[in-house]
Design a protein around this ligand. Structure first.
Ligand code: ADP
Length: 485
């Protein structure tokens, strides 16, 4: 099969969150299963420094903006997949992030930037037999790529199958109706049966309407988004799509996330040689200026600092575990109020709470390794990757009972001797504090804790099983295309 993945980020070319990890790891697993995978990405500033790219051809001016788009090809680093880089400098070559400027304000022309990505994907998929092997499946990720499925449906006959994956339903890609002519949508698109969503255009909705198959990143999240509480207005449409909607649990790239080979760690370790983990703990305390104590656990957080991630719950719960002597390490950035609150907590507890603002891949690895426990108190979590990384590094997670967290972490108090972490519900500071205190108690019981670590480290969350499920879904989408397309 030849599969075109369309996404706004893929590690190590560009990453702001889990999407980037998933796109690359899924692509690598599909190639390992002997399929041909190309990942189409925007050529943001700096991308050409990270890959060995060669020019392919010009794509003209797909949206009639007066800017020529060009396609480059490069090996997707650390995989046997190919990256196609969409160069259109006026739209993508900017100082700032993929979605907004340095202050975090969304780029005002995001509708054009990601319509161009999606339209290029659709054009390339249709033209692929003329310049190589025909693309069988276009797999679009999140709202930034969703229009690829819509263009192919709007244009009609002879199209490849389409699959749309929702990594987070809350990112809806909403714009005023006035943008529709600019993105080349037909008049018929302005309808509740198409991308119209409460009098705005939603790129996400276009994907939910038009893709032959819809997936999201865990079975529990697939259920949650089909309820009024979790569906934020899309639940009716998702229920109507019926069996076309599936939850497929994300895997992790076990080559990158492996404490036995991790170059970010001073001393590698594995299940049977945990001395390196103790060294990682000491190293983390020293790197972040924490007191070198070994009488209470170190809790880590590696996260966007947002309401979704429940960082306020963690902050409100922190007094209870600080009173127990625990230390806290927080890496992330996000909402200004939460950034301020974590900085204030660190200032109030020097040597006991350490905060690093911003994005730091190496430090994230050292936290997964060096912390004793990882906190992921999300209000909702489509899948979540950090709890999977932490488990592989022998760091049991404390998570809320939602989405992929519920699907991947088992509470060790609920069924003693079988768990991989600690799970709490409801989304309150009290419930979070109780779970963190239960985790502290488990940490103090050395033999119990080493059993927990062992079970966490032996969980299998590599991509091989989930890649097989995606292949089945691709085949279903190809079989259904004759009916829908
Ligand atoms: P989301 O995609 O919703 O932010 P996930 O748990 O699915 O959450 O994925 C987050 C990814 O981003 C993980 O790979 C995590 O390690 C990484 N990450 C989050 N914040 C930071 C940070 N400040 N520095 C380095 N890596 C981070």
């Amino acid at each position: 099969m030849r599969i075109l993945q369309v996404a706004s980020e893929a590690v190590p070319v560009c990453k702001t969150g889990g999407l980037a990890d998933v796109v690359t790891a899924l692509s690598a697993a599909l190639v390992d299963a002997d399929h041909d995978v190309v990942v189409l990405l925007p050529a943001y500033r700096g991308v050409f420094d990270r890959v060995e790219a060669t020019p392919l051809f010009e794509l003209g001016d797909p949206l009639g903006l007066g800017h020529t788009a060009r396609l480059w090809s490069a090996p997707l680093p650390d995989t046997r997949a190919t990256a196609w880089l969409l160069q259109c400098d006026p739209l993508f070559d900017r100082v700032g992030g993929p979605y907004g400027d340095e202050a975090g304000i969304d780029w005002p022309d995001n509708h054009l930037r990601f319509a161009l990505l999606a339209r290029a994907a659709a054009q390339l998929a249709l033209a692929s037999p003329t310049f190589g092997r025909a693309i069988d499946v276009v797999h679009a990720h999140d709202w930034q790529a969703a229009l690829a499925t819509a263009y192919l449906a709007w244009w009609g006959v002879g199209r490849p199958a389409t699959v749309f994956t929702v990594h987070n339903l809350h990112f809806t890609g909403r714009f005023p109706a006035s943008i529709l002519p600019e993105i080349g949508a037909p008049a018929s698109a302005w309808s509740p049966k198409d991308l119209e969503f409460y009098r705005e255009a939603s790129f996400l909705k276009a994907g939910l309407v038009h893709a032959d198959r819809i997936t999201t990143v865990s079975p529990t999240y697939a259920d949650e988004i089909r309820t009024a509480a979790g569906g934020i207005g899309f639940d009716g449409l998702l229920r109507w799509r019926g069996g076309a909607v599936r939850g497929v649990l994300n895997g992790i790239d076990t080559r990158t996330w492996n404490p036995a080979t991790d170059r970010a760690l001073g001393v590698p370790y594995d299940l049977d040689h945990l001395a390196g983990k103790a060294a990682a703990r000491r190293g983390l305390q020293s790197e972040l200026g924490l007191a070198p104590q070994n009488t209470a656990p170190v809790f880590g957080v590696v996260s966007r600092l947002t309401w979704q991630k429940g960082i306020d719950l963690f902050l409100a719960a922190s007094a209870a575990v600080l009173a127990e002597g625990a230390q806290l390490v927080i890496l992330g950035s996000g909402e200004p109020a939460l950034e301020l609150a974590v900085a204030e907590l660190a200032a109030a507890h020097p040597g006991r709470v350490a905060v690093r603002r911003g994005y730091d891949e190496g430090l994230s690895h050292r936290i997964f390794a060096g912390a004793d426990l990882l906190c992921v108190p999300s209000r909702f979590e489509p899948c979540g990757l950090t709890q999977l990384y932490a488990m592989r590094y022998g760091t049991p997670p404390v998570v809320r009972n939602t989405g992929g967290l519920a699907d991947t972490v088992a509470d060790d108090d609920a069924r003693p001797g079988t768990g991989t972490g600690f799970v709490f519900d409801p989304p309150t500071a009290e419930a979070c504090a109780q779970a963190m205190l239960r985790a502290c108690a488990a940490w103090r019981d050395t033999s119990r804790f080493s059993g927990l670590q062992r079970r966490a480290m032996t969980q299998r969350h590599d991509w091989s099983a989930s890649a097989g499920v995606y292949l089945d879904i691709y085949r279903e989408a190809m079989a259904s295309r004759g009916v829908r397309g």
